[in-house]
Design a protein around this ligand. Structure first.
Ligand code: HEM
Length: 582
């Protein structure tokens, strides 16, 4: 009897002992892991600090990681803040923590440097790896999956860049001259006519209209047709849940990403497995994400996007004409047999191409019409040129819309891209130690950021004369920036830089890509560059043949919060314009 009563007590004591031992073992393991990470981080950070010692810190950001705090404070004017911290310096750095190598950035200001890391040393610099040290890429990858925008090439890739080469090769098939003058031309003209007919409605012309929304709908409808063979009519007011989900997911992702930088850096260093991991995962991040309303919004919108991508892929595969289809989705699915892409991969590609093709060109058109509708002289010159060279009823193709035929229109587009680059920031990460032109050392793991070659003279003075009001913007920022935005505003290269002067592009000589990296440069230069310009020209000619535009007075115009730089009026992402028949 005595013996049977003592058995549970013994089992209790044994399990308590086991628990205690387990806890002790886990504490020892956790402490060793944190210590190891700290030592490793400290050693790597020291090495980076030593190698970067010759490069001056960006203005106001001398203390380790102080730039993150400053960046947060300046979310509402992210692009201008980036200009100010490297003003007058051809190269500067943002300093990371002493115990984590993740926060080091080098901001380059000279086209030679840009050329070096986008072209000459192409294999050394690529996209970052999502990790605790690079929290920006965690969410970016979650959004874009394994598509062309996230895939790494060169030293940073596991497959020697094969996946990127294949994606690029297949995508490039759609951007040939034959397609421009048939499929693309037909689609752009049809969708531009729809937009023009919508804007010509008397009820639409009674009130100022959000022209930016019109352009996002126009580019969405065009992309759906060219890339996926699908007819959508958002331009005519038909709702597109996909487009909305896309915008909401982008906005929420960026907000959450910025909010999470410090948390991810700290958690991945100081919390042991399974609460965190150097790859950026772990229970702590799961909890952090799950309790964030912006993250929940991001994932629920992402689910809508994925369902839609699923539908597009299924319908394409079931199409009896599948084998003869030439839209981009069909090309990828046809190639799947030989290259063994997974269906998930094709879906990611779909998503990447929509972001590439829809938002960028819509931003270009929005800023272009912002400039046109606030300057009657520019609009008059465009009307005159179009009336003379491309009146209603004449066809629009690559030749008739070239810079030789319509030099002023071409110049307006380049001037818009200079002042309002649709992708104002971007970055590359060094995967090996390197030396930049000028002898500046760059350690492995540094994020390379571009900055313009800016002189102190000129910029401030020009700014004081501008009518652009960078107020009331609640835009957020990303931590790794490539400053296309600022390069276009360099007063040395572009005198009177803030003035909209299309004449500076006449006669037109294409600028070297590393000096004007609006479409990036080197082997990963934008694939859709010619398509975007062609599309913007067709839309502009079609609208200006029939309509005139006047900016609604009293708007405080600035830039918005998306990855691509859209127009913001007050606290709304819109561009209100009066549209009238000519
Ligand atoms: C004004 C319009 C556009 C601008 C300013 C623009 C700008 C850019 C930039 C800056 C990049 C480099 C991003 C990076 O990898 O870090 C890029 C890449 C890319 N763009 Fe565009 N883009 C525009 C329109 C388009 C269009 C219409 C398409 C057609 C789908 C397109 C397709 C791509 C693709 C596929 C890449 C990835 C290239 C690669 O990594 O190999 N873009 N674009």
């Amino acid at each position: 009897m005595e013996e049977t009563r003592s058995q549970p007590r013994l089992a209790d004591a044994l399990s308590k002992q086991l628990l205690l031992k387990g806890l002790l073992a886990y504490s020892a393991f956790g402490a060793c892991q944190v210590l190891y990470r700290l030592l490793r981080g400290w050693r790597e950070s020291l090495r980076m600090r030593d190698m970067l010692a010759d490069i001056p810190a960006s203005k106001g950001n001398e203390a380790p990681m102080s730039w993150v705090k400053e960046m947060r404070k300046n979310f509402h004017r992210a692009n201008d803040w980036r200009y100010e911290i490297c003003e007058g310096m051809p190269i500067c750095k943002n300093v990371g923590f002493r115990w984590n190598p993740g926060g080091f950035q080098v901001i380059c200001g000279e086209p030679d440097m840009v050329r070096h890391f986008l072209k000459d040393a192409f294999d050394t610099y690529t996209k970052g790896v999502p990790s605790g040290e690079n929290p920006f890429f965690i969410y970016f990858q979650e959004f874009l999956g394994d598509g062309i925008f996230t895939v790494r090439h060169g030293l940073g890739s596991d497959d020697d860049g094969k996946a990127w080469t294949q994606m690029r090769k297949i995508s490039a098939q759609i951007f040939n001259r034959k397609n421009f003058n048939s499929l693309m031309q037909d689609v752009f003209v049809e969708k531009a006519e729809s937009l023009r007919s919508f804007l010509s409605r008397p009820e639409v012309q009674k009130e100022p209209v959000d022209l930016q929304m019109g352009f996002f709908n126009f580019t969405m409808d065009s992309i759906m047709k060219i890339f996926f063979g699908e007819d959508s009519s958002t331009v005519m007011g038909k709702q597109n849940r996909y487009g909305e989900a896309f915008d909401n997911a982008q906005g929420a992702m960026r907000q959450h990403m910025v909010k999470s930088i410090s948390f991810n850096l700290i958690a991945s260093t100081f919390l042991p497995w399974p609460f965190s991991s150097p790859s950026g995962g772990g229970l702590a991040r799961m909890l952090w994400d799950a309790t964030s309303p912006t993250y929940r919004e991001f994932t629920s919108e992402l689910a809508v996007i994925h369902d839609e991508a699923d539908r597009l892929v299924k319908e394409c595969l079931a199409d009896p004409k599948f084998e003869t289809r030439r839209d981009l989705l069909a090309l990828f699915l046809q190639a799947q047999k030989e290259i063994k892409f997974t269906t998930q991969f094709v879906k990611d590609m779909v998503l990447n191409l929509i972001i590439a093709g829809r938002d960028t060109t819509a931003c270009l058109l929005s800023w272009m019409f912002y400039e046109i509708s606030r300057d009657p002289e520019v609009q008059k010159r465009l009307h005159d040129e179009i009336d003379r060279k491309s009146p209603a009823g004449t066809s629009m193709d690559l030749k008739s819309l070239s810079h030789n035929e319509l030099p002023y229109l071409h110049a307006v587009i380049y001037e818009t891209l200079r002042l309002w680059p649709p992708v104002p920031v971007d970055s590359k990460v060094a995967f090996a130690d390197d030396v930049l032109p000028g002898g500046w050392k760059v350690p492995r793991g540094t994020t390379l950021v571009f900055c313009p070659l800016v002189e102190d003279v000129g910029w401030k003075e020009a700014r004081s004369h501008t009518t652009f009001k960078a107020s009331a913007c609640c835009g957020c920022d990303i931590d790794f920036a490539v400053l296309w935005y600022n390069m276009g505003r360099d007063p040395v290269r572009y005198p009177d830089p803030l003035a909209f002067k299309p004449e500076r592009w006449i006669p037109f000589t294409a600028p070297p890509h590393h000096e004007f990296p609006v479409f990036q440069a080197g082997p990963r230069i934008c694939l859709g560059m010619d398509m975007a310009i062609f599309e913007a020209k067709i839309a502009a000619v079609e609208l200006l043949r029939h309509l005139r535009f006047e900016l609604k007075a009293g708007q405080s115009i600035t830039y918005g919060t998306k990855i691509t730089m859209n127009v913001k009026s007050g606290d709304k992402e819109e561009l209100l314009v009066w549209v009238k028949k000519r």
